[in-house]
Design a protein around this ligand. Structure first.
Ligand SMILES: N[C@@H](CCSC[C@H]1O[C@@H](n2cnc3c(=O)[nH]cnc32)[C@H](O)[C@@H]1O)C(=O)O
Ligand SMILES: [Zn+2]
Length: 423
């Protein structure tokens, strides 16, 4: 299978330089980026007047939480989780999770996301939804044991079952990730079990240092910061992808940098739950790999990575009173290259030899003209709905705004029905 994208403006290479070129894709790779490629291809997409960007990597989300969008707004994290979200989640079975994930996947595809990291339950239903839509996914069963040994055993069994399920699927786009929920919901025994499995080279994702209360609680319980705790349990490695990292001190940052951990910044969620402002400048200065995520749709309240990029840029400028922090290229790097690095993917940039994960955006729109600086427009002016085509692993996922693998209308009806009957 080969695809030729003809005549677009390509945001090319590590430098994100805009160049007029065609892009030739063979199998799951980009094989050539050049003007006037004459090769025959199975599919030809006319990209003239449009901009071809590397696919965005949403490094932290809970895709089925689209079902809970707008259900419990304007609350702090623990109250939101304990009194609203967890009781609502108890009503969600496999079927509900499947349709919620499909809705989330459609939303992500339509806003330029090609890869995402997901943590939830009924994850085989999420995997089924991913197979239909065709995104690249890292799926983890969220483990919560609350110090209860029986629960821990059950969470470990479910994790092992799901890991085997993913192995047997044998789809290179669908990957397994270990997903202990957080230092305040998982016992040290549970986290140690995860650390042991991670030594075999399996990726790990976890929520970390999200609120001031979490840091206080962990310090009281263990006499260490959440970062020090995870480090003492051997859980901080280059394969660790920790969401939030809002409440970190300089010592934590140094540990994270030394261990080559990735922190996933989720600005919308942090602002909405009033968790705080993550110390982006400090982390980048310490050399920490910072990726970008939306978190779930119940704390965002959408899965639009284009919007998330703008929020990062604006939040840190106003917070530090320094407009040079989080410039457009840096933010785009967080949403692409840094996510790819965390996941060990040769992706996140458009260049020969890289994975063919990319999006085509219509820039012939009033809010994207004149075309002074495409990367600036992408971060500061574009929005989800501007994305028209999406290619993942050399396969067309969306064409002219239509996600090919699913009946979108049917998904919209189903989730409305779930809202009325189940939630
Ligand atoms: N095995 C667990 C499921 C955990 S899935 C992951 C969990 O993370 C929750 N979650 C979503 N966003 C956040 C966040 O920002 N911080 C902490 N937890 C979150 C989400 O609601 C879900 O319950 C159980 O039996 O309940
Ligand atoms: Zn989360």
């Amino acid at each position: 299978m080969s695809i030729l994208l003809r005549g677009g403006l390509v945001i090319y290479g590590e430098g994100f330089e805009p160049v007029r070129a065609d892009v030739l894709i063979e199998g799951d790779r980009i094989v050539r980026v050049a003007r006037g490629i004459s090769a025959e291809a199975d599919e030809v997409i006319d990209a003239s007047g449009r901009v071809i960007i590397p696919g965005l990597i949403n490094a932290h989300t809970h895709s089925p939480m689209t079902l809970l969008r707008g259900l419990a707004d304007d609350l702090p994290l623990m109250e939101w989780l304990q009194n609203y979200i967890w009781p609502a989640e108890r009503k969600l079975g496999r079927r509900e999770v499947y349709w919620g994930a499909l809705l989330g996947l459609i939303e992500m595809a339509k806003s330029g996301t090609t890869t995402f990291v997901d943590m939830y339950f009924h994850m085989d239903a999420v995997a089924e939804a991913v197979m239909k839509v065709g995104l690249r996914a890292f799926l983890g069963y969220g483990m919560v044991d609350l110090g209860n040994e029986e629960k821990r055993k059950a969470e470990i069994r479910e994790t092992e079952r799901f890991m085997k399920f993913i192995e047997e699927l044998g789809d290179r786009r669908i990957n397994f990730i270990l997903a202990p929920h957080a230092p305040y919901t998982c016992s040290p025994e549970c986290l140690r079990w995860v650390a042991e499995r991670a030594r075999e080279g399996i990726l790990v994702t976890i929520h970390l240092a999200e609120t001031r209360e979490e840091v206080k609680e962990i310090k009281e319980r263990y006499g260490m910061t959440p970062v020090q705790l995870l480090d003492s349990l051997g859980l901080l490695t280059p394969g660790t992808i920790a969401a939030h990292g809002v409440w970190l001190d300089e010592r934590d940052a140094k540990i994270l940098a030394t261990r080559e951990v990735t922190i996933v910044h989720c600005p919308a969620s942090n602002m909405k739950l009033a968790s705080g402002v993550m110390p982006l400048k400090m982390l980048l200065k310490a050399g920490v790999n910072v990726a970008l995520g939306t978190d779930g749709a119940a704390s965002n309240n959408n899965l639009d990575m284009l919007e998330e990029m703008k929020l990062v840029a604006l939040l840190h400028k106003v917070h530090t009173l320094d407009p040079t922090v989080a410039d457009a290229k840096m933010v785009l790097r967080m949403a692409t290259v840094h996510g790819a690095r965390a996941l060990g993917l040769k992706a996140g940039i458009i260049k020969e030899g890289y994975l063919a994960d990319l999006a085509v955006i219509d820039f012939r729109r009033p809010h994207l003209r004149p075309l002074n600086d495409p990367v600036s427009h992408l971060v500061y002016s574009a929005r989800g709905g501007d994305v028209e085509d999406l290619i993942v692993a050399g396969k067309i996922v969306m064409l002219d705004g239509e996600v090919l693998g699913v009946d979108e209308e049917k998904v919209l009806d189903k989730v409305e029905n779930i809202r009325e009957v189940v939630i």
